[in-house]
Design a protein. Structure first.
Length: 144
């Protein structure tokens, strides 16, 4: 497996950052030695170019690192066997019909018996009509 981070990337990053720092320093010293604003414009522009070069250098370093992580991630995921079917999320009810024995109700909501929100609760199972008459609304997790 080859890594996308090469010696060329390292040299490019170092050169851009070093040249940018030198250009910025020259511009900064140029601005600091001029008392008049109109004499500071050209050195200030030079300092801005130096900051841009530094930014390009470190951006190339960052992007090369992202490429390296992506390459390694793809290599690791290639080793993971395919899963035939992903398991259902916790608390998700894949059944399209409501349960025959009814729903569990809290003060404001009613839930399917297999809803994650009803775990370790001592609620009574009642038909949907009883919950709707009590003013309860369907749970947003299990969607009864």
């Amino acid at each position: 497996m080859t890594t996308p981070w090469t010696r060329v990337d390292a040299v490019r990053t170092a050169v851009l950052a070093a040249v940018g720092a030198v250009v910025w320093a020259v511009g900064w010293f140029g601005v600091s030695g001029e008392p008049a604003l109109e004499d500071q414009i050209a050195p200030m522009n030079l300092a801005v170019v130096g900051v841009v070069l530094i930014g390009i250098g470190y951006s190339s370093w960052f992007l090369a690192g992202r490429r390296a992580v992506g390459t390694r991630r793809r290599a690791v995921l290639a080793l993971v066997p395919e899963v035939a079917a992903a398991p259902a999320p916790v608390g998700a009810n894949t059944a399209s019909t409501p349960p025959a024995d009814g729903f569990l109700g809290s003060e404001r909501l009613y839930h399917r018996p297999d809803c994650a929100m009803t775990a370790d609760r001592a609620w009574e199972v009642e038909p949907r009509a009883v919950h709707e008459r009590a003013g309860r609304t369907p749970c947003g997790v299990c969607r009864p």
